[in-house]
Design a binder for this molecule. Structure first.
Ligand code: PRX
Length: 635
């Protein structure tokens, strides 16, 4: 029990040492003391880093929803599990106690079962941030179906790619969704996506906006009438520790998105443990993570982590700028939020607004503030610390990824002293290492390296859906025997880690991971485009923005630049989603290429960053003259 909650720096070091010296004992005890199991494990962990095979809690049997809900009913039945804060502040907030959550999830689980959804089936969820999203996620887990939540900002194309990749049988969506002053036609997007898929048998519909939709008899089904008649209790399926819990897609630097697979027991233990410690959650606290459930942060730290700890978690449907830029602070005041977890891009955008927006609100309830999704720059760190945390709340800069399942490097509030821009120390069980390009471990400090982890932890993803080889190639091949994160980092003299950003062709824009390849594919679909290259460049609010270098088939086509710019961005929007639109497009006569035909993105990145002359060694290029030409006309 004592290791579950870390309360002093001394204890942290003790627990950390224990966790890396005797990981099996450490993770065994945590699992044993804090969860309910139908059957205990034969072995805590079995793994092979070369083959990327991980089995945690071998042969244990459980259901994660028993741990998220049923386990709390005796003592926390009347405690609020979810506070729903709608997009429109004039619409009343809604509250669901743990008992009510049990009923709602049971009803949804029974409806899914009645609709023929079985253990192991894939269910796509394309919903706005409304309570039904949480209910459907948990209902899938209750009956053993594998949920694949797709961020409701993705386009029909992106949606169909993801449906096809996992052969989903059912999709759950809504008529529409609210987003600030706009509505999003979710059902219409699903209809478009389904023109390019053939595995979906049923579309289950939540009513949210009451807008008109195209209703296809025999395929589309309104959920409400079914829920009204559904039984209010439901049996939880007995799941093996390693049965998949969910698939969540993340962008790769090449090719189609990767369906990261997380399994049941290890994920459960890891997110519960990290939630408890990273947010210092105490029994009556109100916790709020602003991330959309379409991303891993929403899975692990809006739903699973908090509910596993019997916490009260806020579900926010809106955006930080609606109806004005005080919305976050207003919600914190309204619900007396104690822990607040958001992304640097949101902080930067709010820091640009009048200071009264934040100062007008009473935020004394706050105890811990957190940051996730991208490096938090020093200025944003101080603004967040000074104006939101009021210089008295520890700011935890949490580093992790879809692949890690939960937070892996972060300060523990009231335990680890924080340092701006440093994620700080590894959590128990995590062994980070920095590797140089020659695959040697970097021993000293202040040297930049590739951030790897050299021992598995329970929350590590198990595979890429349908493509285990890609999982091995992406994460376990470059530095054999280690998990390679794709991020660069450095370590200071006391062992704190500072994450410097991606070292591959993934670009983080407003906290969203975007691979360059799919964006280039979308641009290249334009009939006038011969080829293109996309790189990131620093942006005040988004962290990074996208810069496209585009070669047209005929030079004469350049005259119509404005239209081209719009059309290219429209293509990107259709193929991927609005989040992947380019901020800048430069039409060029060629791209810098090596003799083997590879585009030298390093040079394009420098040009996009405003560099005019220092491009390093360009002698290996077949067309070195192009560098000057492009840089002269850089935007
Ligand atoms: O580059 C790192 C960045 O976000 C990437 C993971 O993105 P995703 O899988 O979408 O998960 C985001 C939420 C966990 C990482 O490879 N990143 C995430 N958190 C931080 C970060 N970069 C710096 N500091 C962080 N705290």
């Amino acid at each position: 029990m004592s290791s579950y909650s870390i309360d002093s720096l001394e204890q942290y070091f003790k627990v950390y040492r224990k966790s890396v010296n005797k990981p099996k004992k450490f993770w065994g005890k945590i699992a044993e003391n804090n969860f309910t199991w139908y059957q205990k494990w034969d072995k805590v962990v079995e793994f092979d880093m070369q083959k990327a095979e991980f089995v945690w809690y071998k042969n244990a049997k459980l259901n994660i929803t028993k741990n998220c809900i049923d386990r709390h009913l005796a003592n926390r039945g009347d405690k609020k599990a979810i506070i729903f804060e709608p997009n429109n502040p004039d619409e009343p907030s809604r509250f669901f106690t743990y008992s009510e959550l049990y009923t709602e999830v049971s009803k949804m689980a029974n409806v899914l079962r009645d609709q023929g959804v079985k253990k192991g089936d894939r269910v796509c969820i394309y919903l706005p941030m409304i309570p039904e999203l949480v209910f459907t996620v948990l209902a899938c887990a209750r009956i053993g179906a594998i949920h694949s939540v797709i961020f409701a900002g993705f386009s029909a194309n992106a949606l169909s790619t993801r449906i096809n990749d996992c052969n989903a049988k059912v999709i759950i969506t809504a008529d529409g969704g609210y987003r600030g002053s706009k509505t999003v036609d979710l059902k219409k997007i699903v209809d478009d996506a389904l023109n390019k898929t053939n595995t979906i048998e049923k579309v289950l519909l939540v009513k949210r906006t009451n807008q008109e939709i195209d209703f296809k008899e025999g395929r589309d089904i309104w959920l409400q009438p079914l829920l009204e008649q559904a039984e209010t209790t439901s049996k939880a399926e007995v799941m093996d520790a390693e049965d998949p819990l969910f698939i969540l897609y993340t962008s790769g630097s090449t090719g189609k998105p990767k369906g990261m697979v997380h399994t049941t027991a290890g994920y459960m233990v890891y997110v519960a443990y990290t939630f408890k410690n990273v947010f210092n959650y105490k029994e009556n606290d109100v916790y709020w993570c602003t991330a959309d459930i379409g991303w891993i942060t929403g899975h692990s730290y809006t739903i699973y982590g908090p509910l596993l700890n019997g916490a009260t978690t806020v579900l926010f449907e809106g955006i930080p700028s609606y109806p004005d830029h005080s919305r976050f602070w207003n919600v914190i005041q309204k619900h007396n939020v104690n822990q607040f977890y958001t992304a640097p891009t949101a902080i930067r955008s709010l820091a640009k607004e009048r200071i009264e927006f934040v100062q007008d609100f009473e935020m004394d309830s706050l105890k811990v503030i957190g940051s996730v999704g991208e490096p938090i720059n020093e200025e944003a760190w101080h603004w967040y610390n000074d104006h939101v945390g009021n210089k008295r709340c520890p700011l935890v800069d949490t580093w992790w990824q879809t692949e890690t399942g939960g937070i892996v490097i972060s300060a523990i509030p009231f335990v680890t002293p924080t340092k701006p821009t440093y994620a700080s120390l590894p959590l128990p069980g995590i062994r980070p290492v920095l590797m140089d390009e020659l695959r040697n471990e970097i021993e000293g400090n202040q040297k930049l390296g590739n951030l790897c982890i050299d021992y598995p932890w329970p929350g590590i993803a198990r595979t890429i859906w349908g493509d285990h080889q890609r999982y091995i190639d992406t994460y376990f091949s470059k530095f054999p025997g280690k998990y390679f994160s794709g991020d660069g980092a450095l370590r200071d003299e006391v062992g704190y880690y500072r994450i410097t950003g991606r070292v591959d062709d993934v670009i983080i824009v407003s906290g969203h991971n975007l691979g360059t390849a799919p964006i280039e594919d979308a641009i290249n679909e334009h009939q006038t485009v011969a080829e293109s290259a996309v790189v990131g460049f620093p942006h005040d609010i988004k962290g990074n923005a996208l810069y496209g270098f585009v070669v047209l088939k005929e030079v004469g086509l350049w005259r119509d630049r404005n239209n081209l710019y719009k059309e290219i961005n429209q293509l990107i929007s259709d193929q991927i989603g609005g989040i992947a639109k380019l901020d800048k497009i430069q039409f060029v006569t060629g791209l810098p290429k090596t003799r083997s035909g590879k585009i030298m993105r390093r040079i394009l990145r420098k040009i996009a960053e405003g560099e005019k002359s220092d491009f390093g060694d360009i002698t290996t290029l077949v067309n070195p003259e192009i560098v000057e030409e492009i840089s002269k006309e850089a935007l």
